[in-house]
Design a protein around this ligand. Structure first.
Ligand SMILES: *Cc1c(COP(=O)(O)O)cnc(C)c1O
Length: 496
């Protein structure tokens, strides 16, 4: 049975997975983690004969052992049966000598769908064992909010309220949220920037009198943040499935080691891969690819994590991050499950914006991880070169990984897989730029989308293309001070 505790906890309290999924983050600010990894090793040979859904069930059962088999099966089917536009869900395609694992076939055309399609169902079962309803609050700069809305829409026992900065998202991102369907969804544009919105959501979570009042109505607030184990663990699935696809198509033989190159921000995606390796997946190296916010490149090279540095806005905005929260989990394991040590590092980070890990811990990490980064120009060049050579269009995030892998020396791995985290159509203006497709100065996102379709003779995901003509449901712009009120109001609606 896998039990969870805080990465920073010395108390010895252990919780079942449902508790960790419902609460998201531990009371001491640490992340939930399990010490039972060696107990849940899996038979890779068996996994290679399974499809995505079967692998997902095996992984979830192993990690979330307090869910019944029926609950796991229902979660997997509700999440994945009808929501992806590829029969494989996460197909592996051959591009030159490399392989690309396409993680963008879900409803919002980005990889977060894999986890956010299933998290609401996992939360729903965790809440119903508890007779509560859950209101998920999300501040978003664009991508996460929509992926969360798509996942939570019309799921029983949960509701979702999303706040995004007014005039702070792209037109496509705004319409993705403003046109969202579902009876339990609430979407608000908030005056101010993303940080203001985020700060106010945190204040609402910390408001104990509000929590008390909502509790009277049997509603608890929760978050769909990427530190929730309910987002991390479903991502383990596609690492096994990528390997299974390589074996099934005879491009490798069982037991061969492979590399994964991952466009990284919060370190959630690549950490899920590392967990797969702990469960027995034959991986040679994980290559952590960053954009100009290359704090992870520095950390993995020197052992010093220092966020006292400029923040750059890049063409890969979902990787514009200076605090890679999920790294805390790797530090826990790499330090030999030393919660006191992790608590000390995180305290250093909070007080000085910096920490440094011991040499032996860095060496252990470097055993599994390589790294590199790409500037915006290098990412654009990668998009252009990959299209010219292979006829394959990378998105701006995947292009970072493509560049980084190209710059790594030769590898002993039998195959190399690049994780594609978004459809090029989600960031089509920047992709058009990289491919030198001419656009008018005042071209809309949809003009860029059509130009990319015509020039490349490929098809945009239907759910992006038809946004232009969907009815807008949410048009309200509120001030940050209104946020608490609208949360109370939306909680009343789902409590009924
Ligand atoms: C969120 C996101 C990432 C970063 O993933 P992490 O798990 O935060 O490392 C990369 N690419 C895209 C398109 C994303 O949406």
């Amino acid at each position: 049975m896998a039990l969870y505790h805080s990465t920073r906890s010395l108390s010895g309290d252990l919780y079942p997975a449902k508790h960790a999924i419902l609460h998201g983050i531990a009371d001491d600010g640490g992340l939930y983690i399990t010490d039972d990894l060696d107990e849940i090793s899996l038979n890779v040979n068996d996994m290679c004969n399974k499809n995505f859904l079967e692998i997902a069930q095996t992984i979830l059962k192993a990690f979330l052992s307090d869910y019944s088999d029926e609950e796991i099966a229902a979660c997997v089917h509700n999440a994945y049966d009808a929501s992806f536009d590829s029969p494989e869900l996460t197909p592996l395609v051959c591009v030159g000598k490399r392989h690309i694992l396409e993680l963008f076939h879900g409803p919002t055309s980005a990889f977060k769908d894999v986890a956010l399609q299933i998290l609401p169902h996992l939360m729903g079962y965790a809440a119903s064992s508890n007779d509560k309803k859950i209101m998920v609050l999300t501040a978003t700069s664009g991508d996460t909010g929509k992926a969360a809305l798509e996942g939570f829409a019309d799921v029983e026992n949960v509701g979702i309220s999303v706040f995004y900065p007014h005039n702070g998202t792209s037109e496509i991102q705004r319409l993705q949220m403003a046109t969202q369907k579902g009876n339990n969804v609430f979407v608000w544009a908030v005056e101010g920037n993303f940080d203001d919105t985020q700060t106010h959501v945190k204040q609402i979570f910390a408001n104990t009198s509000l929590a008390h009042a909502l509790n009277q109505e049997n509603v608890i607030l929760s978050s769909a943040n990427s530190i929730n184990i309910g987002r991390l663990i479903p991502q383990v699935t596609y690492y096994f499935y990528a390997y299974a696809q390589l074996v099934q198509s005879k491009r490798i033989t069982l037991g061969d080691k492979i590399d994964f190159c991952v466009p990284t921000g919060n370190f959630g995606n690549v950490l899920a891969g590392w967990l797969a390796k702990q469960l027995g997946l034959p991986v040679h190296k994980f290559i952590v690819a960053s954009n100009e916010n290359n704090i992870l490149t520095d950390f993995l090279t020197t052992g010093v994590y220092d966020k006292n540095r400029p923040f750059y806005k890049t063409i890969s905005p979902s990787m514009d991050i200076l605090i890679s929260s999920n790294l805390e989990r790797l530090l826990y394991y790499a330090s030999g499950n030393d919660a006191a040590y992790v608590a000390k590092l995180m305290d250093d980070l909070a007080k000085t914006g910096r920490y440094e890990v011991q040499g032996n811990i860095l060496a252990r990490i470097q055993n599994d991880f390589e790294c590199g980064f790409a500037t915006d120009n290098q990412a654009r060049e990668a998009i252009e070169a990959c299209y010219k050579t292979h006829g394959y269009i990378l998105d701006t995030h995947t292009a970072v990984a493509w560049h980084v892998l190209q710059n790594c020396g030769p590898s002993q791995a039998k195959a190399q897989v690049v994780l594609a985290t978004a459809s090029p159509y989600k960031f089509c203006k920047d992709v058009c730029n990289a491919l030198h497709i001419p656009l008018d100065a005042n071209a809309s996102d949809f003009d860029a989308l059509r130009a990319l379709q015509t020039q490349s003779n490929t098809q945009a995901p239907v759910r992006l293309a038809r946004l232009e003509n969907l009815p807008v449901r949410f048009n309200d712009v509120i001030t940050a001070d209104d946020m608490t009120n609208v949360v109370e109001h939306s909680c009343k609606e789902i409590a009924q």
